[in-house]
Design a protein around this ligand. Structure first.
Ligand SMILES: Cc1cc2nc3c(=O)[nH]c(=O)nc-3n(C[C@H](O)[C@H](O)[C@H](O)COP(=O)(O)OP(=O)(O)OC[C@H]3O[C@@H](n4cnc5c(N)ncnc54)[C@H](O)[C@@H]3O)c2cc1C
Ligand SMILES: NC(=O)c1ccc[n+]([C@@H]2O[C@H](COP(=O)([O-])OP(=O)(O)OC[C@H]3O[C@@H](n4cnc5c(N)ncnc54)[C@H](OP(=O)(O)O)[C@@H]3O)[C@@H](O)[C@H]2O)c1
Length: 470
């Protein structure tokens, strides 16, 4: 089939982050009629810094956890002078120069928030509704969902909160941390965002900085203490599939390997892990599932006393005072920044993606073949922003975009719907078992068997990786 034959197929891509722009380029190259809808005013997703507190954005101070080669989009090299570890603004500028280079901007509608997705009345097309034109939905033959996973900030209320006179804000609303100069701040949580926020508060000369967490975390220095070379470069092409294999087939070996590598990295980087910091209580589920905080500066800032590591918040006891779980008290607190992560945001795609309820507080599991294709709509709907890999996320998004474009251009096959459903059922029971073990410490339904996922997508994308490299 030549490219011209796709000109009548209208595709909508929702989101112009790395996933969305990679998909736009691939589908346009194949001759499809593609339009992207993006709620913010530039490409780059979380890497496109914006004042708008309604969009989740990495801080200007955020550095990528991975080495620079792990974030490249296809067919477009990084600037030669990029440092080993790239900052959020540098990455944002790379994505906009990619979009300029491939003339992508003309196909993107900015400041357009999709608020609804449903089948049209003939059940032949998808209909998208937008916040600024609720009565003018637009119809498309196919929809690519590329909205990222950080859309709905989690909320939290503390006992006694009504007495507090300072600010309580979610990290997604924290933009300019210079506003906290000389202020005393409690940063709640100990994920990667909490580490970034607490370290940035140090840089911006905040007053007292408390890092309040209930479990500690595994902390990894992202680059070698002596050479400055990013640690992930030690993971060779041979080792990565080995870790994937162990994660799937020998989770306890994988867990021990991860625990010991992270503990060794801590020791080599910063010496002993002082029990008073409460960091060493980090959850270890024995199968390698836990949040890993990549931070160059967090432990040195705790060691120097600039950041005070304290337990969870028990209650707010006055206009500016807080009790922690160990009954310690902090007074003169001006702000609490909730770095507590994000909730599931699958409601918007409920017409496309069936979900299987799970017991307890776990959100229902989406029924998606390879975490991308809903079996009932696999030729017209795909979610390419969902999967959380053990390796860097951006190349995974690019690979998903490449594979999807080849599949929808009929150059690579999908299994039939029954086979996709059977795969989905097997996958969900694996994910359910992982969630039962890890609770909130794992990546929930974003997880896949990395080896199987990668092999399927490389074959569909036609990269030849497995044939030529093995
Ligand atoms: C603070 C932070 C730091 C991170 N650091 C790393 C890292 O070091 N390494 C790594 O590999 N990954 C990291 N990640 C993960 C990150 O999600 C990926 O790097 C990458 O941005 C995913 O690309 P995406 O296009 O799927 O999603 P996003 O980058 O989230 O882009 C999604 C886009 O969709 C838009 N959108 C959402 N909803 C709608 C809607 N309803 N209508 C229209 N547009 C919409 C958003 O505005 C956004 O532009 C980090 C994430 C965060 C939040
Ligand atoms: N530089 C980077 O690479 C970088 C920077 C920022 C973010 N990110 C990515 O962005 C995503 C979001 O990260 P995130 O740090 O915002 O969220 P996260 O990884 O979900 O971490 C949330 C933190 O908040 C705590 N928490 C949640 N609910 C809580 C509650 N009710 N009370 C007290 N503590 C609570 C959690 O602790 P418990 O374990 O106790 O629940 C955890 O420490 C992740 O994928 C992350 O890797 C990456």
């Amino acid at each position: 089939m030549d490219n011209m034959s796709f000109g009548d197929t209208k595709i909508a891509i929702v989101g112009a982050g790395p996933a969305g722009i990679a998909a736009l380029k691939e589908f346009r190259d194949l001759g499809f009629d593609v339009t992207v809808f993006e709620k913010r005013s530039n490409v780059g997703g979380v890497w496109a810094w914006t004042e708008d507190a309604g969009s989740t954005t990495a801080l200007k101070e955020t550095k990528l956890c991975n080495n620079k080669y792990s974030l490249v989009l296809s067919d477009y090299s990084l600037p030669k002078d990029f440092p080993w570890t790239v900052s959020a603004p540098e990455l944002g500028s790379y994505f906009s120069s990619y979009a300029k280079h491939f003339d992508l901007y003309r196909s993107i509608h900015f400041n357009k928030t999709v608020t609804n997705l449903k089948r049209n009345h003939t059940n032949q097309k998808w209909q998208l509704t937008f916040s600024d034109a609720p009565s003018n939905p637009l119809s498309f033959d196919k929809v690519v969902w590329a909205t990222g996973g950080f859309v709905k900030p989690k909320s939290l209320t503390f006992p006694g909160q009504e007495n507090f006179k300072g600010r309580i804000l979610h990290s997604s609303q924290a933009r300019n941390l210079s506003a906290f100069k000389d202020k005393n701040v409690v940063v709640l949580g100990i994920g990667n965002t909490a580490a970034d926020v607490a370290n940035a508060l140090v840089q911006h000369s905040a007053g007292k900085i408390y890092l309040s967490h209930r479990r500690g975390a595994k902390i990894l220095r992202p680059s070698d203490a002596k050479t400055g070379i990013p640690s992930d470069l030690e993971l060779t092409t041979g080792m990565v599939p080995l870790t994937w294999f162990l994660q799937k087939h020998c989770p306890s070996v994988y867990g021990r390997m991860m625990d010991s590598a992270i503990a060794q990295n801590f020791k080599d980087s910063w010496g002993a892990n002082n029990p008073e910091w409460g960091l060493s209580q980090s959850p270890s589920t024995g199968d390698g599932q836990h949040v890993i905080v990549c931070s160059q500066d967090l432990v040195p800032n705790i060691q120097s006393g600039r950041i005070l590591s304290v337990p969870g918040i028990k209650s707010i006891t006055g206009a500016s005072s807080i009790d922690f779980d160990d009954n310690r008290t902090a007074t003169d607190i001006d702000a609490i920044i909730l770095c507590i992560g994000y909730d599931d945001d699958m409601d918007l795609v409920s017409e496309a993606i069936d979900r299987t309820p799970v017991d307890g507080a776990i959100p229902p599991l989406p029924s998606l073949y390879m975490n991308i294709f809903p079996p009932a709509h696999a030729t017209s709907f795909a979610h390419i922003s969902l999967t959380h890999l053990l390796s860097p996320q951006i190349p995974g998004r690019v690979l998903a975009a490449l594979a999807l474009s080849q599949i929808w251009a009929n150059r690579s096959p999908l299994p039939d719907a029954a086979e996709m459903r059977a795969w989905t059922a097997r996958h969900q029971s694996w994910v359910r078992a992982r969630i039962a073990k890890a609770g909130p410490n794992g990546n929930g339904y974003q997880e896949v068997d990395n080896g199987e996922w990668s092999r399927f997508l490389h074959a569909a994308a036609g990269t030849g990786l497995y044939e030529h490299v093995g």
